[in-house]
Design a protein around this ligand. Structure first.
Ligand code: NAD
Length: 491
């Protein structure tokens, strides 16, 4: 490791954050974090167990009331300072993300911008938390609604966007006046640890944010879900883990926000600007090495333009440079772990066996690191696993359709409903498709649509709740209605 990298890693706290103190886990156990491009160990972190999880909730509960009474402006200014600090530390955050997650450094810098924006956005939202005032139709009561912080929250984040998934939850929770326990993914906890230190440096009071990374996720989540002091669970991750957590949340009827898996269709109509669609496809598919819940998972292309689209997409894929994301010019990094390579390879092999054509790529790379070549497959049938499962890798499967109705029917034929993309120059069609698609997010002639100012979330088994936008803070508040006797009412 170069000295610069060693210096950056040395800034990352390796213990648990509980009640404002970084401290070792109760058991003294640890776990290692590795670089998926090289297999090298990056750091050893304290591993939280159930006792640590409860200690973190104790700390969050101890300051909840006091924190809820801080002024919106105070909370806003902490978030704004955190935003500034993240910008100052942008290269450090980007380096940590490339090292622990694998994304190319330029993309990691992009995530610093995207993830940092949640801090600025929610600093602005913190002071715009409005209620309503009205009179009931019978005239007997005046009503006021207001929003109160929901209370101590458990925030569980995935490994694929180590900064943005943390800021997208922590920032609205801070803005709303909630305290929290953050459990980052064990594969990429370094960014979250450094982000927590950044929140402290920005002036966040002790105990508001507690961080418990650990080797066993359920050892942390189960005692917390069973504790009725916890008021909210916000989870981003796979649909299968989301289902387990929802069952666990049922006993205490916990408020939940669930950002789960996706199987995004990318539909290209015969009237689309094909060059624009290919550019959009590169963003929708290859951002984050394809390891995104919003990643285009199924390319559905009108039969009259499928050949042109496929040839142009293959040409773009062949320009990609696979390698260690820290190296100059690399545009596609490693997958997160060897299991991920196995998964992607098995999907491609299954498609090939069922008659698909591998137009480019289609192989894993031997040697150190978890690399799979950027791959385009054509003639992909609906029966293949690649058309049905989340790929989470640099593979673009292309199928064709002949009518608008058929495109909609194929697109909706999934239990998921997160992101979708449509390329057409016909505005009437745009609205018909928007009405017909069962997805929480739709990009029209746009391949990358995530933004702190917009509501992000899915329908069907992609989850519930929204993050970002004006909606994001509502997930961390509950509405209280005050009914006041009308002075002119007889009753
Ligand atoms: P994952 O479900 O395996 O893990 C997510 C988090 O849950 C991690 O912190 C993990 O440690 C924890 N976890 C795992 N098992 C648990 C359990 N039994 N109890 C409590 N916590 C548990 O997902 P992942 O592999 O980290 O991330 C990839 C998945 O996340 C994909 O399915 C992707 O689509 C999804 N994702 C969704 C969004 C979204 O906003 N909808 C964003 C990013 C990723």
């Amino acid at each position: 490791m170069s000295t610069n990298i060693e210096e950056i890693i040395a800034k990352v706290p390796t213990q648990l954050l509980i009640g404002g103190q970084w401290r070792d886990s109760a058991s003294g156990e640890t776990f290692d974090v590795e670089n998926p491009a090289t297999g090298e160990k990056l750091a050893t972190l304290s591993s939280a167990n159930s006792d640590d999880a409860i200690a973190a909730l104790d700390a969050a509960c101890a300051v909840q009331d006091e924190w809820a009474r801080t002024t919106p402006r105070e909370r806003a200014e902490i978030l704004r300072r955190a935003f500034d600090l993240v910008q100052e530390r942008a290269d450090e955050f980007a380096t940590l993300m490339t090292l622990e997650m694998g994304k190319p450094f330029a993309e990691a810098q992009g995530e610093v911008t995207y993830g940092g924006e949640f801090l600025r956005w929610f600093s602005e939202e913190a002071v715009r938390d409005y209620g309503r005032a009205a009179i009931v139709p019978e005239g007997t009561l005046r009503m006021i609604t207001r929003r109160k912080p929901v209370g101590p929250c458990l925030l569980i984040t995935p490994w694929n966007f180590p900064l943005a998934m943390a800021t997208r939850k922590v920032a609205p929770a801070v803005a709303a006046g909630c305290t929290m326990v953050l459990k980052p993914a064990k594969l990429t906890p370094l960014t979250a640890q450094y982000f927590a230190q950044t929140m402290i440096d920005a002036g966040l009071p002790q105990g508001v944010l507690n961080v418990v990374a650990g080797k066993s996720a359920s050892a942390i989540s189960e005692p917390l879900l069973a504790d009725d002091r916890l008021r909210k669970l916000s989870f981003t991750g796979s649909t299968s883990v989301g289902r387990t957590l929802l069952k666990g949340a049922a006993d205490n009827v916990l408020r939940t926000s669930m950002e789960l898996g996706g199987n995004a269709p990318f539909i290209v109509f015969e009237d689309a600007d094909i060059d624009q669609a290919v550019q959009g496809a590169m963003g929708a598919k290859m951002r984050n090495i394809g390891e995104a819940c919003t990643a285009a998972n199924r390319f559905l292309v009108h039969e009259s333009v499928a050949e042109e689209f496929s040839e142009k997409l293959v040409a773009e894929f062949e320009k990609l440079k696979l390698g260690n994301g820290m190296d100059e010019g690399i545009t596609c990094g490693p997958l997160i772990e060897s299991k991920a390579v196995e998964h992607v390879a098995s999907l491609v092999d299954d498609a090939a066996q069922k008659g698909a054509t591998i137009a480019t790529g289609g192989k894993r790379r031997d040697g150190v690191g978890y690399f799979y070549e950027p791959t385009v497959i054509t003639n992909v049938s609906r029966e293949t696993r690649v058309a049905q499962e989340e790929i989470f890798g640099p593979v673009a499967p292309i199928s064709t359709f002949s009518t608008e109705e058929e495109a909609l029917e194929i697109a909706n034929d999934t239990e998921y409903g997160l992101a979708s993309y449509v390329y057409t120059e016909n505005s009437d069609r745009l609205w018909r498709i928007a009405d017909g698609l069962e997805f929480g997010l739709m990009g029209f002639n746009a391949g990358v649509i995530s933004n702190a100012a917009t509501p992000f979330g899915g329908v069907k088994q992609s989850g519930m709740g929204r993050e970002g936008g004006a909606e994001g803070i509502e997930e961390y508040t509950s509405v209280q209605y005050l009914g006041i006797r009308d002075p002119y009412a007889n009753a």
